[in-house]
Design a protein around this ligand. Structure first.
Ligand code: TXE
Length: 506
């Protein structure tokens, strides 16, 4: 490959630079507590495997309850002495803007590090990880000195002031898909609002967030305000969630873990829990779609990019019966044109599945769907086995009924379930017949129908004549068992502050 090859969407990316970074030997990583890198108190580590080739990439500290308690104590001390919380918003803004600049300066290094850790194709990772994280820090930095309190319309002899007060210590637990982007969605508004944070990354994708914490201190965020503890969910995640000294929990991950967090909250200090728990998002194509070819192309990208490991992935295609066969054929053609392989090769459109267990689970879903009567139109198998990595072909299954496992359960892999429908009412009924409600898509040239669909679909976001690609200005959050609360937009700030009333007799 010529060393000057760049990616059109990301002119910053040059293959030779990516290749140089991918060869970098990674020393084992410690926790980041109180502004320092600190090993596990028992000295234990665990191997981090790269999904690119299944080889050991490095080791990270295997956290203990003691490590987590130290991080929480550090965050609590930082909050109580006001080293960050009591700084003027305009000062916090300056520091967070500097952090955004530092992330951007290290963007390629962070993107490659993240891809080696989690397998996302670099073309997506660059944009969705460091660049998106930098944008998120910038957004909340710029916002925070424009947030005013209120004066209540009281009688003349009293003054009712409504302040926004930081909540205290925020526990953030994030997953392995898009750790920087999702991490920044939590960290940026939490820090902007003056809180301290203890972050627990996924055990299999901690590296970029550890680097981010170092950059935060370099930018001027005081020690103890942002701590990162690595290790298993069952040990350090549970300790964080059960802590009496953590005021709120923010989480993205599975429904099963979300349930546990609510339980831990009830068993401890009733801390608020905001949960983003994935989805089984319907992407609905009507026969009056304006541009069938474009809809098929976007729909393929909506499920297959990042091997389907995106919470809002368009994993259920509901297509009006009259155009079912044509649309599926067009979509399959697009999927076939998407090249799967080494995620650090700019030529590839789809990288690796994150782990062997995720890959096995994906293949199991395909098998079960076949047993339940669905037809395999494309893919269905592991590919590129000789690389030692975890790769799966884009998979399209038709004839999936609303009672089938594949229709109802999140696969979190490159597996599309296709179901035909006849009428608008049936489309809405099918769209709403899972326990999830995170994202949806509607393709139609009928404006009235588009509005009716937006109103009828129970979901946090409904895309019309597109899928994905929304920016920071709009909230992202689920309804039903996809969770509660919102990341992104000014609304996210609401989670990270309490309303505090001062009632003053004049
Ligand atoms: O999730 P977990 P996993 C879905 C997706 C995927 C499935 C399993 O369907 O196939 O979940 O993925 C921490 N107390 N999503 O196992 O376990 C864990 O260490 C406290 C959708 O990776 O929920 C990690 O940091 N924390 C999703 C985080 O929770 C605990 C993204 C998420 O891991 C814990 C990821 C515990 N008891 C998976 N157990 C999305 N919404 O995008 C685990 N953790």
């Amino acid at each position: 490959m010529p060393t000057t090859q760049t990616n059109k969407g990301n002119p910053l990316m040059i293959q030779s630079e990516i290749d140089a970074l991918r060869g970098k030997v990674l020393t084992p990583r410690n926790h980041f507590i109180d502004g320092c890198t600190i090993p596990s108190n028992e000295g234990r580590t665990h191997d981090v495997l790269s999904p690119i080739d299944g080889q050991v990439l490095t080791q990270i500290a295997e956290g203990t309850p003691c490590d987590m308690d130290a991080a929480i104590a550090s965050a609590r001390a930082a909050f109580e002495d006001g080293r960050w919380a009591r700084r003027a918003p305009s000062e916090r803004k300056k520091i967070l803007l500097k952090l955004a600049d530092l992330i951007e300066k290290h963007a390629l290094e962070l993107a490659v590090l993240g891809v080696r850790d989690n397998g996302t194709e670099i073309t997506m990772a660059m944009k969705a990880e460091p660049m998106s994280a930098a944008g998120t820090f910038r957004y909340y930095a710029e916002a925070i000195d424009k947030v005013y309190g209120q004066i209540a319309p009281t009688a003349e002899n009293v003054l009712g002031l409504i302040h926004h007060a930081p909540v205290g210590v925020v526990g953030a637990i994030v997953p392995w898909n898009m750790p920087m982007m999702i991490g920044a969605w939590k960290l940026a508004p939490a820090l902007a609002a003056g809180n301290s944070v203890v972050l627990k990354p996924a055990e299999s994708a901690s590296l970029t967030l550890l680097k981010l914490a170092e950059l935060a201190v370099e930018a001027g965020i005081p020690e103890g305000v942002l701590n990162v503890v690595t290790g298993s969910g069952r040990v350090v995640g549970e300790t964080l969630a059960l802590s009496m000294d953590v005021d709120i929990l923010v989480f993205t991950g599975s429904g099963a873990t979300g349930r546990k967090l609510l339980e831990y909250s009830a068993r401890s200090n009733l801390k608020r829990c905001y949960l983003e728990l994935g989805g089984k998002s319907p992407n609905i194509v009507f026969k009056d779609v304006t541009d069938l070819a474009q809809a098929a192309k976007v729909s393929a990208a909506g499920i297959f990019r990042n091997s389907g490991q995106i919470c809002v992935a368009a994993s259920r295609l509901l297509v009006q019966a009259d155009i079912h066969d044509d649309f599926v054929a067009e979509l399959v053609e697009n999927a076939e044109a998407m090249q799967v392989g080494d995620p650090l090769d700019l030529n590839n459109h789809i990288g690796a599945v994150h782990s062997l267990s995720e890959l096995d689970a994906n293949l199991e879903f395909v098998k079960k769907a076949q047993v339940e009567g669905a037809e395999l139109q494309l893919g269905g198998d592991q590919i590129l086995k000789d690389t030692g990595g975890y790769y799966m072909a884009p998979t399209v299954m038709t004839g999936v009924r609303s009672t089938d496992t594949l229709f109802r359960n999140e696969v979190f892999g490159p597996v599309l379930a296709v179901t035909p429908f006849e009428t608008e009412e049936e489309a809405i009924q099918l769209a709403n017949s899972t326990e999830y409600g995170l994202s949806a898509g509607v393709w139609t040239s009928n404006l009235s129908r588009a509005h009716r669909m937006v109103a009828g679909i129970r979901s946090g976001v409904v895309h019309v004549n597109t899928y994905g690609g929304s920016d920071l200005t709009v909230p992202l959050g689920g309804v039903k068992q996809s969770g509660n609360g919102h990341d992104k937009s000014l609304h996210a700030l609401e989670k990270y502050s309490d309303l505090k009333t001062a009632w003053i007799q004049l």
